[in-house]
Write a protein that binds this ligand. Structure first.
Ligand SMILES: Cc1cc2nc3c(=O)[nH]c(=O)nc-3n(C[C@H](O)[C@H](O)[C@H](O)COP(=O)(O)OP(=O)(O)OC[C@H]3O[C@@H](n4cnc5c(N)ncnc54)[C@H](O)[C@@H]3O)c2cc1C
Ligand code: SF4
Ligand code: SF4
Length: 1014
């Protein structure tokens, strides 16, 4: 932590509408982005207005505290971290101010997420074209900061070309709106002589935008321009500087020679001086001077953006199809790229087998990869758009056919499956988008490191360039991983390095330097989209030459004489292999954990799997991360939690890392929903990490009364169940007081004691003659045995009616409550008994089936991690034979043992909410499939997230509100307005309880609804 005297933070806080945080938690949370760097900031501000940002700038000037603007924090080059004040616009500045479809623009605050803007634009028939793989969580402020682009760049270009106007706070605190033709008074515009013109016919702006777009116009922001607009002394100096240098033909010539070839369409090398030199008055034939061109890609180093006016485009044609060209060599796929580009595709992307193999280890991506045939060395994915899917499919197939012929390619494609329609093509692009994140999914300390991951060359140079890169990588004993925006000539390539080792930190530098030289040789751009930041800034003098580099330094000083905006990024960058996330040769304690994290190399490495990609900050689709979606606070994202855990385990400032208050804060709202287990590309399993944390903490601090009660839940219901009427009377009389004393929300209802337990029912009703269709072992968990007895009855009746022989030996509780509360020793004791009971009984022909997903799935996820040695091995084998009711039925259906004829003919509308654990560890689509077995059931599978209850979480008084907020976002809103005749199906007891308390709706288990089909 810094030893400099603390600036008077309270003075700044007093001037802010938003929040200022200086505690350890916030400093840790914002010390990293998606890059390899770690810089501990001094404070973090969440501005609520432009005035807040102006206040931060004045404070920074007065007290010499630099500002790093930050949004989604998904940058890969270290440009979203800094040692001063982090100003995060992603929390509050997220308003879409205006959409003007007629004039073709949208005005947004910088924290608006790209996909959210597009969702709003869709109803107008428009979209914002540039995209990134991170489009569901990165913001327009961040995209402008980095001049982002992605798979659509071959058709629409990058963010720069779509920014009509930017409203920014300058380093003197003045606010200006910048757009084409906004010049300071007295700006001289003599223009160079015709012979001196620097315009290039291949200028990237002149080639794109094949979807007709309204012309760029300078329309003032609807929010109104500031009084000082165009009159700022800083702006006048900038204009003066540009006039002085860019009017000079020799300088322009030097710039032209230093920057990438014009045919390189992706170019985020330094400040875009080369493009300014092609604008009027420096090139009289060019478009009017627009400082947005320069600010795009300036990484928050020149000014702070508060609003953007963006060009929007009519939506591309609806019909879509992707052809996946399978090749046996990378070189063949690259040569195919050039041919594919001649057919004007919408997107053209490449991924190699390493990415594919890693993808296949990820639960969600495995599903998306189903189109892959055999084991291709490289896949070239080419999308076409047309009026209909069928037309697009024909184009895709045509390319596929031509690529399989021996003629055009020395090594033709061996398979060319084509997929039509957006649901199918979305899966392909989801797989491709996950690629970079998946690369982070490597066990151990060696990771695929971002440093040369977005170099770009002209398309005709790509194959030769890659050949040389591959040779270079071999020198460094690196197995190159290829992943490219191939159509745009950009290669994603990451060396695998252990940055905890001094030698690899040197290699990190050397490889980047050598690749930079190679890029220079081909006239390419060291960064095609991710920016220079910390990682590439050091090599800019070599890339651009000293003279041009000095111009960049001067330009920065002209905009920002005091160096308050994001210093050390792009220009005057410190050595790129310092201030990394991991300290070199650092000795870290070996943490003795109860859960077995050895598959990840220990608990620290399990936390280090988070590479900061920020997928857990997405706000729609899937379920990760429900707490972040509710609070929009980095602290409540999986990334935030993993960062805090890594930090306290490695850089702990407290006597005992487990007692660190930042850890308690970060993990408090984790619902242990397991969504991250499947949706995080690096499979960070926060449920396990939180359980271990609670175990460690409680081992030191003891248990609260509430935790004891939750853990004693089964015993309480078993005991009370012996005298249910009396127990219920007692519960009625003491409920309010008990809730108050224990800390349970007053709004919650507590389950009543059943008149008879499920076990009693089973013993009484079990058929005398065993069924012959098959057999199964029933895991009658504590919830179904004592609380949701009617669910168990329906399942048993169904099994018996279908002719199954159901065995239910005596066994222990599932341990779910203990696992969620970190009572791991108790959970282990229960799990050990269950493994003893079932391990030798269950198998392929007699699986173990449970009704409560969270209980039975504990056998699959947690049980094997609770043990070591023989018991762990037995638990592992057992886990392969444990199924939820839905999984089991799906299995019987696919084996042909059960079919639609086995069910009744009742007509029924059904809407299905799948439990988080089942979504994470199973297949939601299977749940929908089994519910659809009765011929007259019409099933809607909800795209719902976590219900917000999560075991005891939603009962807890302090979590009640957030639990309702999560339920509202992910579930209630999707159910509201549906007919009361529609049955809601939710296999989870918590989900059913949440729906009862929050919406007053009865929800049913799958077994109950199927039982009602007769
Ligand atoms: C897995 C993965 C895949 C990626 N794929 C792509 C891709 O396909 N294409 C691509 O281009 N990028 C990609 N990126 C990089 C990154 O996602 C993009 O650059 C993204 O646009 C950054 O947006 P953000 O909101 O996260 O911004 P941040 O990372 O928070 O900030 C980006 C930059 O903008 C500056 N900034 C932010 N807000 C402001 C403001 N209000 N005023 C001034 N400056 C500001 C910051 O200081 C920083 O320099 C990827 C990253 C990851 C982790
Ligand atoms: S937790 Fe996973 S999804 Fe979130 S930032 Fe880390 S790696 Fe990405
Ligand atoms: S378990 Fe759920 S709530 Fe916790 S970090 Fe993972 S996704 Fe978020």
């Amino acid at each position: 932590m810094s030893t400099n005297p603390a600036p008077p933070w309270s003075m700044l806080a007093a001037r802010l509408e938003g929040e200022l945080e200086t505690d350890a938690l916030h400093r840790i949370l914002f010390a990293t982005d998606a890059s390899v760097y770690r810089e501990l900031p001094r404070a973090v501000v969440f501005p609520r207005s432009e005035a807040d940002i102006v206040a931060c700038v004045h404070f920074a000037r007065r007290h010499g505290v630099p500002i790093t603007p930050r949004a989604g924090g998904t940058s890969l080059a270290g440009q979203a971290v800094g040692k001063g004040l982090i100003v995060d616009v992603s929390r509050h500045l997220r308003k879409i101010i205006e959409i003007n479809a007629e004039e073709g623009y949208a005005v947004v605050e910088p924290g608006v997420i790209r996909d959210q803007l597009n969702a709003a634009l869709q109803e107008h028939g428009y979209w914002f074209g540039p995209n990134t793989s991170t489009a569901n969580r990165c913001t327009l402020g961040g995209m402008f900061g980095n001049n982002s682009c992605g798979s659509t760049s071959i058709t629409v270009g990058s963010t720069r070309e779509h920014t009509l106007e930017a409203r920014v706070v300058l380093s003197d605190g003045s606010v200006v709106s910048l757009s084409a033709g906004i010049l300071s008074p007295g700006f001289l515009s003599p223009g160079p002589s015709p012979g001196e013109r620097g315009g290039d016919p291949n200028s990237i702006e002149s080639k794109r935008l094949s979807f007709s777009s309204p012309e760029s116009r300078s329309i003032p922001f609807s929010a109104g321009a500031s009084a000082g607009e165009g009159e700022s002394p800083i702006l006048a100096n900038v204009h003066g500087w540009l006039r002085q240098h860019l009017s000079n033909p020799t300088t322009r010539q030097k710039i032209r020679e230093a920057y990438p070839k014009p045919a390189v369409t992706r170019r985020n090398n330094g400040y875009a001086l080369d493009l300014l030199a092609r604008q009027a008055p420096f090139d009289p034939d060019g478009p009017p001077l627009n400082l947005c061109t320069l600010l795009a890609g300036s990484e928050g180093t020149l000014a702070f953006t508060t609003q953007l006016k963006l060009r929007i485009l009519p939506l591309p044609p609806r019909g879509s199809a992707v052809v996946a060209l399978h090749f046996t060599t990378v070189d063949a796929s690259l040569r195919a790229t050039q041919l594919a580009m001649e057919t004007s595709p919408f997107m053209c992307e490449l991924m190699d087998d390493t990415i594919l193999h890693l993808a296949l280890q990820n639960h969600d991506q495995r599903k998306n990869a189903s189109f892959v045939e055999g084991d291709p060395r490289a896949l070239l994915l080419v999308e076409y758009r047309a009026a209909t899917d069928a037309l697009a499919l024909e184009m895709a197939r045509q390319l596929g056919r031509s690529m399989m012929e021996p003629g055009p390619l020395a090594v033709p494609a061996y398979a060319t499956p084509a997929l039509a329609g957006q649901p199918q093509t979305d899966k392909v692009w989801a797989l491709r988008a996950a690629g970079l994140g998946i690369l982070g999914n490597m066990v151990g300390d060696a990771k695929a490191v971002a440093c040369i991951e977005d170099t770009a060359v002209a398309l005709p140079d790509l194959a030769d360039y890659i050949e040389e890169v591959e040779a270079l990588m071999q020198l460094y004993r690196q197995n190159a991983v290829f992943y490219a925006h191939a159509g745009a000539g950009e290669l994603h390539l990451r060396p695998v390095l252990d940055l905890k080792k001094t030698a690899d930190r040197q290699r990190f530098h050397d490889i980047t330097r050598d690749v930079a030289r190679l890029v220079k040789k081909y006239g390419g751009s060291l960064s095609g989209e991710h920016g220079d930041g910390r990682v590439r800034g050091q090599f800019l003098p070599e890339m651009l030459g000293d003279d041009v580099y000095q111009l960049l330094v001067e330009l920065k000083r002209t905009w920002d004489p005091q160096g308050i905006f994001n210093p050390g990024k792009i220009v005057e960058a410190p050595p790129m292999n310092e201030e990394l996330r991991y300290a070199a040769e650092q000795q870290v304690a070996d943490y003795d954990t109860l859960l077995d994290f050895s598959a990840d190399g220990g608990i620290l490495r399990a936390a280090e799997k988070c590479n900061g990609s920020g997928d857990c900050r997405k706000l729609s689709g899937g379920a990760m991360c429900p707490s972040y979606r509710a609070t929009l606070h980095e602290r409540d994202s999986t990334r935030g939690r993993a960062n805090v855990l890594r930090e306290v385990l490695t850089q702990n400032q407290h006597e005992d890392p487990w007692a660190h208050p930042a850890l308690a804060d970060a993990l408090d709202l984790c619902l242990s929903c397991k969504a991250c287990t499947s949706e995080c590309p690096s499979t960070v399993n926060m449920t396990n990490l939180k359980a271990e944390y609670l175990h460690q903490k409680q081992a030191r601090e003891g248990l609260s009364l509430r935790t004891r009660l939750v853990a004693a839940n089964e015993w309480l219901y078993r005991t009370g169940g012996r005298v249910p009427r009396l127990a219920n009377l007692l519960l009625d009389a003491t409920e309010p007081l008990m809730k108050y004393l224990v800390g349970i929300a007053a709004e919650r209802s507590l389950p009543r004691f059943p008149v008879e337990s499920l076990r009693t029912f089973y013993t009484r009703e079990r058929p005398a003659v065993a069924g012959t269709r098959g057999q199964l072992y029933f895991f009658g968990d504590e919830f179904v045995n004592y609380q949701d007895v009617e669910v168990g009855r329906a399942a048993l009746r169904l099994w018996w009616k279908l002719g199954y022989d159901v065995h239910w030996p005596e066994h222990a509780g599932s341990g779910r409550a203990q696992l969620s509360k970190g009572l791991l020793k108790e959970a282990r004791r229960l799990a050990a008994r269950n493994v003893e009971v079932f391990a030798d009984r269950v198998g392929e022909q007699a699986p173990l089936v449970g009704l409560e997903p969270s209980a039975i799935l504990g056998f699959r996820d947690e049980y094997p991690k609770l043990f070591r040695g023989d018991l762990a091995a037995r638990a592992q084998v057992l886990s392969g034979h444990c199924f939820t009711f839905d999984e089991w039925l799906f299995r019987e259906f696919t084996a042909g043992r059960v079919g639609p004829d086995d069910f009744g003919h009742v007509q029924q509308e059904v809407v299905l909410h799948v439990h988080c654990h089942e979504k994470a560890l199973g297949e939601a689509s299977q749940c929908a499939a089994v519910l659809s077995l009765p011929r007259h059931f019409n099933v809607t599978l909800l795209d719902s997230g976590c219900c917000g209850m999560a075991g005891s979480f939603g009962y807890e008084a302090e979590h009640y509100e957030i639990s309702q907020q999560i339920a509202e976002q992910s579930l209630y809103a999707k159910l509201r307005g549906r007919s009361t005749k529609t049955l809601i199906v939710a296999a989870g007891t918590s989900c059913r309880h949440q729906l009862k308390d929050g919406m007053g709706r009865r929800a049913w288990h799958t077994a109950e609804v199927l039982w009602r089909s007769w």
